[in-house]
Design a protein around this ligand. Structure first.
Ligand code: FE2
Length: 280
């Protein structure tokens, strides 16, 4: 079936969710395409030998409009769309491998990011550690947060929090992001740890969070909900692309997070703790 996501995306954008194929309007600059393969994912899975599709998600990077300022060039801001197939990785729900961002050259908090869900549902698992290169038996996990994103939501990945995206539904997840173009993601010791401290799995009793037993000491799993942050250009009714394209000055926090920490954190309201389980 063809899904027309143009209204929520901010430019002409359709997805064929059978062929897993994107169709962009003629006004859209051709993106850089990338894929994540099953083999790249196995190292971070609970069930490493699970039967999983060869390609699990597609990335369309560096999007912009042909006849409008290109924010990658004018403001070092990149707009990407990612498309996740509906699939299970054995007991685990489909997810990304998880990564961190570095700090700007001047130091201070690391670069943040903002995701916008275009279709489907996302669960984001965030974690802060004392050292991203530390081995799993030495690392101190300081905080873990989950937050759910639904179409129209703009979800902030705060500075210094590594993040994993999970597709919890049996339908594709399509999401966009604005992020600084001044860095490359870092993977730290996530592969050695076989993922983040919690796995989202389908158990006999339904979906649940279970501990990754390789981590020795893990904090409680806090739950947050998304809040609009108009001062950072993030409201539910304006497509994420449009917000950054028309008001790139409001996205300065993506390049200079130290000046905006209170506003950044106002986008996540902590609402409780999630029950978690030991692996059977
Ligand atoms: Fe990121």
């Amino acid at each position: 079936m063809i899904q027309n996501l143009s209204e929520v995306t901010g430019f002409t954008c359709l997805f064929d969710d059978t062929a897993h194929h994107a169709i962009f309007g003629s006004e859209v600059r051709a993106p850089m395409y990338g894929v994540r393969t099953a083999e790249e994912m196995r190292k971070v899975l609970l069930d490493r030998d699970a039967d999983i599709p060869a390609i699990v998600y597609w990335m369309m990077r560096d999007l912009g409009l042909k006849n409008a300022p290109y924010r990658k060039e004018t403001h070092d801001l990149r707009f990407d769309i990612s498309y996740f197939i509906p699939a299970m990785f054995g007991r685990e729900y489909l997810k990304t491998s998880g990564h961190y961002h570095p700090a700007p050259p001047a130091g201070g908090p690391a670069y943040p990011e903002v995701y916008g869900v275009l279709s489907g549902k996302a669960i984001y698992l965030l974690q802060k550690v004392n050292c991203i290169e530390a081995a799993v038996d030495e690392v101190v996990v300081e905080d873990c947060i989950i937050v759910e994103g639904n179409p129209g939501d703009k979800i902030i990945m705060p500075p210094d929090y590594g993040h994993v995206t999970i597709n919890p539904l049996p339908e594709p997840l399509v999401m966009a992001n604005w992020v600084s173009d001044r860095f490359s993601s870092q993977y730290g010791a996530v592969e050695q740890a076989r993922g983040f401290p919690y796995y989202r799995i389908e158990a006999d009793a339904g979906p649940r969070w279970v501990n990754n037993p390789r981590y020795t000491k893990v904090p409680v799993l806090r739950t947050a909900r998304v809040k609009e942050v108009p001062e950072l250009g993030l409201t539910k009714d304006v497509p994420l692309f449009t917000a950054g394209q028309e008001h790139p000055e409001l996205m300065d926090w993506l390049n200079n997070p130290a000046d905006y920490m209170d506003a950044i954190w106002s986008g996540l309201e902590i609402i409780g703790e999630q029950q978690t389980f030991e692996l059977d």
